[in-house]
Design a protein around this ligand. Sequence first.
Ligand code: PMP
Length: 292
Amino acid sequence: MTPTGYLNGDWAAPEALRISPLDRGFLFADGVYEVICAFDGAPFALAPHLERLQRSLDGIELANPLTAPAWTALLEEAIARSGGGDLSIYLQVTRGVQPRRDHAPPAAPVPTVFLLTGALPATPAQVLTEGLAAITRPDPRWARCDIKSIALLPNVLLRGAASAANASECLLLRDGQLTEGAASNVFVVREGKVLTPPADAHILHGVTRDELITLARRSGIDVGEQPLTQAMLEGAEEIWVTSTTRGVLPVTRLDGQAIGTGVPGRLWHRLHGLWQAHIDDFRRQVAAGKPR
Ligand code: PMP
């Protein structure tokens, strides 16, 4: 695939695009974003991503610069310019450029719209057979983690802490309760039951989280959305993390200790199978030219 960039009407290689240093995204991280996958050249779970983008924009009181059909057309053009196939698309909307640096939001902002496509790395086979390592850390973030804000400094630092510990993800605890991963939502299996923290303002309402819950329930697997303590996390039979680019992956080591039997668990295998079948189904719909 060819990485492609879009900025306020211009298409170019991403590194060739230029923004003003007076953009409020650059100065204040005053903006929101989405990450969407395309499979076989078609955007996956587009409606829930565009709905979440709208909620994020509402959360920062910024009017959506594009209608849903215009977003769809823009994303489709980005995919086509990148050569189609499987890829990821990053989109960002900021409160635009102001003549001088001023915290106060302008009365009539002209939003900056930025898009970037990238390759979708395949999950290494070893991750599927052995699982991931994760660490836990206190959740240092603000009280509106449901807004997909571009202010990702805590997430960046937490990811650094995970890398330094040879781990792939950092699971976060706020006042002793599990919230989510630094870049994922979290599921836990206890006494054979699938549990995940509730979708409140302390977590991002993950599109993968929602879709996985729907798939599980459709197959008769109950999913409880409830607060989870650190002790419940540490004593879990299974832990999984979900995100758009990674799907659902098993965590088998937490802070250096084995989770459950130390290998991906029975329920993860089942849900991962359902997830793969869901993507395969989407690919069949794309091939058949069906509206999705
Ligand atoms: N929580 C956080 C903090 C994230 O950054 C992400 C993914 N970017 C998720 C959850 C998962 O969300 P989704 O399934 O919509 O990618």
